[in-house]
Design a protein around this ligand. Structure first.
Ligand code: SAH
Ligand code: SF4
Ligand code: F3S
Length: 427
């Protein structure tokens, strides 16, 4: 069959779609880049906020017309939302034919050809790490490599542990082989993925040791990882980051809130003082490191004063970028059952304040790069002009500079001559 896959949510899902592609191609199916050519349409979905789910439901309903013109078309629901409510959605006859959960992707070829004998497979498999699969990378420049699956942290607002199951690490040798192979295919910028990469372990190999091994792979130029949990970010990780040439000067370290009572209610297991000391240590050990974060506005029972604490930490730390989210209650999580839910309009107004503050901070940060020499890994033509190319700096900022097709996939030294709140203009 010709299959098309549309991916929502985090990079973990992007990487899973690359695995799914590999599984289906090995079974003789063909990936197509246009939905019009597909007989099998797959949605790899996200459940992290209500909005993520609503978007997919809208997409599924929009594509139903295709089944009228071609009754052979099948629609499959995969990923976190499939895991959470896929069975219910299948029964509600909204036009889904197959539902496969996050540990069941090896079964997809059988599900597709079985003619509806087993349309739903959602069992968790606590050992599932998809051994011996070669992901089909979507990009020719930047690659994602999953190093662990699942999460054990149960932050009180978060659905991820409920839909992705318990944490497990992939064998370090498989990770090493994947990174090397990606490098051989020309992908120079590799991001390691896990919900909490700091708790990676395979026997004696912990995360800092894994990074040391991967740093020795000649075929790659840059190494990154997401996401780090502040409670587990060790001194030995900071040491390895500062001494390994390929590990980029960037860390994504979700803060979630700047107030200790809220952090406690979120079950984050650190204080804001701990968070600040980790960031300061990183900044000291790795000069120029960019720090990005995630923050939630309007967690249940958050007062105005507690929200102000978050704004003041944002000022103090001046993150290079912050992904700001409005708290979204997720059924089955502890926070969804808390009695003091913050009214929607207050959540929204707090979100807007955070976004506005961060926009100013990001603008100042980007402007402060003017005059600096940066390394740009050119990934594509710029969106605005064919005489410009675009890529990322080591510290994860988008940069544009004049260039041609032959520059794509190469590393360029450039000087920053101008900046907006999202792009460095380089020469
Ligand atoms: N494992 C990562 C990312 C998890 S999801 C981590 O621990 O950081 C990405 C981000 O979504 C989270 O960091 C959090 O800020 C946000 N998020 C998760 N659940 C949410 C919810 N119910 N409402 C709003 N934002 C949420
Ligand atoms: Fe969710 Fe917390 Fe796990 Fe991140 S660490 S995936 S926020 S439960
Ligand atoms: Fe990622 Fe969304 Fe699942 S953030 S882990 S795709 S719930």
């Amino acid at each position: 069959m010709n299959f098309y896959i549309e991916t929502y949510g985090c990079q973990m899902n992007v990487a899973d779609s690359e695995l799914i592609t590999s599984i289906l191609i090995s079974a003789g199916h063909q990936l197509v880049q246009n939905m019009d050519q597909a007989e099998l349409i797959l949605f790899n979905t996200c459940s992290v906020r209500a909005h993520a789910e609503e978007r997919v439901l809208g997409r599924i309903s929009n594509e139903q017309h295709r089944k009228k013109t071609n009754p052979n078309i099948k629609i499959g629901l995969l990923g976190c939302m499939a895991q959470r409510i896929g069975e219910k959605l299948l029964e509600s006859n909204i036009g889904i034919d197959i539902v496969a959960g996050v540990d069941q992707y090896n079964m997809l070829p059988a599900m597709i050809t079985s003619d509806g004998d087993f349309p739903v497979l959602l069992d968790f498999d606590s050992k599932q790490v998809y051994h011996d699969l070669m992901p089909v990378h979507q990009s020719n420049t930047c690659g994602f490599v999953t190093i662990m699956r699942g999460c054990n942290n149960f932050c009180s607002y978060c659905i991820v542990p409920h839909v992705r199951g318990r944490e497990r690490s992939r064998p370090w040798k498989e990770v090493y082989a994947d990174v090397k192979r990606a490098g051989e295919q020309g992908l120079k910028d590799i991001t390691l993925l896990g919900q909490n990469v700091n708790s990676y372990h395979d026997g004696d190999i912990d995360f800092p040791k894994l990074l040391k091994y991967l740093n020795s792979i000649d075929e790659i130029s840059r190494l990154r990882f997401i996401t780090s949990h502040p409670k587990d970010l060790s001194d030995s990780l900071i040491e390895v980051m500062s001494s390994s040439d390929k590990i980029c000067e960037h860390i994504h370290l979700p803060m979630q809130s700047g107030n200790n009572r809220i952090l406690h209610e979120m079950n984050r297991n650190y204080t804001i003082e701990h968070y600040l000391s980790r960031v300061n240590k990183l900044k000291h050990a790795i000069p120029g490191i960019a720090v990005t974060t995630d923050i939630i506005a309007g967690f249940p029972s958050e007062t105005d004063a507690e929200f102000e604490d978050t704004l003041s930490v944002m000022q103090e730390l001046s993150f290079d970028y912050a992904f700001c989210f409005k708290y979204s209650p997720r059924e089955g999580t502890d926070a969804a059952g808390m009695i003091n839910q913050v009214p929607e309009e207050i959540r929204l107004s707090r979100l807007q304040q955070m976004i506005e503050l961060q926009r100013k901070i990001t603008y100042t940060k980007f402007r402060s790069q003017i005059g600096k020499c940066v390394e740009v890994y050119v990934e594509s033509f710029s969106k605005k002009s064919d005489s410009f190319v675009s890529g990322k700096t080591r510290d994860y900022k988008i940069a544009v500079l004049s260039g041609t097709e032959s520059d794509i996939g190469t590393l360029k030294k450039a000087t920053v001559i101008d900046a907006t709140a999202g792009t460095l203009i380089c020469e």
